[in-house]
Design a protein around this ligand. Structure first.
Ligand code: FE
Length: 377
């Protein structure tokens, strides 16, 4: 963060963008206290794109209007770098993904939105199914982002990936004892498993991936096994599961990799300590692969600044932006040229699920039904 502090401060002042917790309720902001500090400013300026000159036609000013549910500090830094490089101003509207999709639908042809950015492949596909996107045509993007990290029709482009892994207590669990997600649902881990609520999209997509790969029956057995093995009723976000490992509440937790990385550089010394006491295990390496999800950007069907929007995706998926995104947020880059931060490099390569991200949305409803049925709160 240090290198970019000046730019961040500048950006925050110029665009008056608050530092919201990332991914809606997931609480991934690097500095928890800034959320409250800037919430007032945020309320006033959240909608700046709809109030200001958003078409770029009136004054001749070049703009691109982004509706985003990916509210990370590094995204704002990157938007600022893009403006510096191209002179194109980035107006940001922040919100929850489904609400933004509804809004774009409601605004119809008159929408000021050019780009929709969110986490979760299922949600990206929902935007596509809602008919609010159009194909992105760019040789630059095609070269920078592998095909499996883009929509089949190029209506959305991946910006980063994240793995949902097993974190474990280094002092009580040996990595040799770990193997698969399925193993966590066996008697062996009774009373030792930590995972957040089933209302969380990360868990819904994890189960949706199992439905897609193993079928509904096996997926339900797994969810039942996890519900039976919980060390406590689901509580808090992914970081809180890691903290509960260190507190001795449970031995293993299902969580996203980037939270582990973010805790290593946290302002909160307790989080740094937690990150040192947990290990990261990539499950299902001999079988179906570790569950991977994606964040991405979709080009809005009625975009008035289409060229600028495509340029922004080209920039965000470029080597430099990807390297910074990974360094600051600890997500995996989609661009293979990007450098990995030391921690991610230390984990080595790993096998991921071979799955069309659209399936995560397709099976979301069934996943939620299963979780309710098995009593995963
Ligand atoms: Fe998150």
């Amino acid at each position: 963060m240090r290198k970019f502090k000046v730019i961040t401060l500048l950006l925050t002042a110029v665009l008056s963008i608050g530092l919201l917790a990332a991914c809606g309720s997931s609480g991934a902001s690097n500095t928890g206290k800034t959320n409250a500090d800037t919430s007032a400013a945020n309320d006033k300026t959240k909608d700046n794109a709809s109030k200001e000159n958003t078409s770029g036609q009136a004054s001749g000013e070049q703009v691109v209007n982004v509706y985003t549910a990916r509210n990370y500090d590094v995204d704002k830094v990157l938007f600022g770098q893009f403006t510096e490089k191209t002179g194109i101003k980035v107006n940001v509207v922040e919100g929850k993904a489904e609400e933004l999709i509804e809004r774009i639908k409601r605004e119809g042809e008159s929408t000021p939105a050019d780009l929709f950015i969110t986490v979760d492949g299922g949600v990206l596909n929902n935007a596509k199914l809602a008919g609010v996107l159009q194909p992105v045509q760019s040789d630059v993007i095609d070269a920078q982002v592998p095909m499996d990290l883009r929509d089949t029709g190029n209506e959305w482009i991946g910006l980063s990936t994240r793995a949902r892994i097993i974190a474990y207590a280094k002092d009580r669990v040996k990595p040799e004892q770990l193997s698969t997600y399925e193993d966590l649902a066996t008697e062996k881990w009774k009373g030792k498993v930590l995972v957040r609520s089933s209302t969380n999209l990360y868990n819904q997509s994890l189960l949706a991936s199992f439905i897609a790969i193993d079928g509904e029956q096996k997926a339900e057995q797994w969810a039942q096994g996890i519900a039976n093995n919980l060390a406590r009723d689901p509580d808090g976000g992914d970081r809180d599961q890691a903290k509960a490992i260190v507190a001795g509440t449970g031995d293993v937790a299902i969580m996203n990799t980037y939270y582990v990385g973010q805790m290593t550089v946290s302002d909160d010394p307790e989080e740094v300590k937690v990150s040192e006491q947990i290990g990261v295990f990539f499950p299902n390496q001999e079988t179906t692969g570790t569950h991977r999800n994606i964040s991405g950007a979709g080009l809005i069907k009625y975009s008035k600044n289409k060229d600028n929007a495509v340029k922004l995706i080209e920039f965000l998926t470029g080597k430099e932006a990807q390297t910074l995104m990974s360094a600051e947020n600890f997500e995996f880059p989609v661009n293979g040229e990007a450098a990995l931060p030391e921690l991610l490099a230390s984990w080595g390569t790993f096998k991921t699920q071979d799955l069309d991200f659209a399936k995560l949305g397709e099976y979301n409803k069934t996943a939620v039904e299963i979780m309710n049925k098995v009593g995963w709160k």
